[in-house]
Design a protein around this ligand. Structure first.
Ligand SMILES: [Fe+2]
Length: 303
């Protein structure tokens, strides 16, 4: 049990003002600008969840929150490096490494948690065939951007998915929730990996690895407040003229209600809500690749 959660993603963008505007319309909150690095936070307690620096557009890497100082030292040994003071907002100590395909990996322990920002709303009470639970009350969610409560996961492309999946499992202690294969069952095409947190429930996937010709980012994903928040967030981004990618639908692997957008540099960013949780009693499932592995309902995958 090395890692508590994914904490942040690291990008570069040519125009910080443009990406700042988009990510705030997407549902993040202002953070600190330190030098030419722009930090943005969510409504949750992470010191920040997204950092980008001025330069040619690129996805650079992932930051994870480490469970203990012992776990941080174990990771330092794995990467043959030392524990250092973390320069990001929140401070703490960190270890910097990279995965076999060159993505920067940062592991932080002891960063100061931020005070969560109230995201408004109240739990949705549904009137449906199972019960009329909201007699006399109208459902009127407030207009405006979605509320990104936390960074939830990311999906990456790999030219060698089988080996990269094995590396994330062996080095970072992740476990496949589900595997997708093409043809023979041992021809692994993709996997949705969860954090090993023993009996503690954790997201169905924190990192998804998908076979592709080149290493790249497929998407990053933020958990929203509730179902209406995903819908209202969609409308807000549409009204502001941003480019929509795919959704709204419900995924198969992880079951999230999803909605994907393009950021100004073309990176895919996802809103989600209602994802599955797994723990060490959840069996690993295996599926052949097909339409059913992409979604349960919603518009066709745009490719
Ligand atoms: Fe996703």
């Amino acid at each position: 049990m090395l890692i508590d959660d994914i904490e942040y993603v690291i990008f570069r963008h040519p125009d910080l003002a443009t990406i700042d505007g988009f990510m705030k319309d997407f549902g993040l909150l202002p953070g600190e600008q330190v030098g030419d690095s722009l930090y943005l936070r969510t409504y949750g307690d992470a010191p920040f969840s997204y950092v980008t620096s001025k330069g040619e557009a690129a996805f650079l890497g992932i930051g994870f929150r480490v469970r203990s100082i012992e776990a941080l030292k174990e990771l330092a040994a794995s990467f043959s490096t030392a524990v250092a003071d973390c320069p990001h907002p929140g401070g703490g100590q960190y270890v910097v490494g990279s995965d076999p395909e060159g993505r920067r990996l940062e592991f932080v322990f002891g960063a100061r948690r931020s005070v969560p920002v109230p995201a408004g709303g109240t739990p949705i009470v549904w009137n449906d065939a199972h019960g009329k639970n909201r007699p006399g009350k109208f459902q009127r969610p407030q207009h405006g951007p979605a509320h990104a409560m936390r960074l939830g996961h990311l999906a990456i492309f790999s030219p060698d998915p089988k080996n990269l999946i094995a590396w994330y499992c062996e080095t970072l202690g992740m476990k496949p929730s589900e595997l997708i294969y093409q043809g023979e069952e041992n021809n692994t095409l993709a996997s949705f990996l969860h954090l090993d947190k023993g009996a503690e429930w954790t997201d169905h996937h924190t990192v998804a690895i998908i076979g592709a010709p080149e290493p790249a980012l497929e998407h990053i994903s933020f958990e929203c407040r509730d179902f209406d928040d995903v819908g209202m967030g969609h409308m807000n981004l549409l009204d502001k003229g941003y480019k929509h990618r795919w959704g709204i639908g419900r995924h198969f692997h992880g079951s999230q209600v999803f909605d994907y957008w393009y950021d100004p540099a073309g990176f895919h960013v996802e809103h989600f809500v209602d994802g599955d949780l797994v723990n060490d009693t959840t069996p690993t499932l295996s599926y052949p690749f097909g339409r059913d592995t992409l979604l349960q309902w919603g518009p066709a995958f745009p490719g």
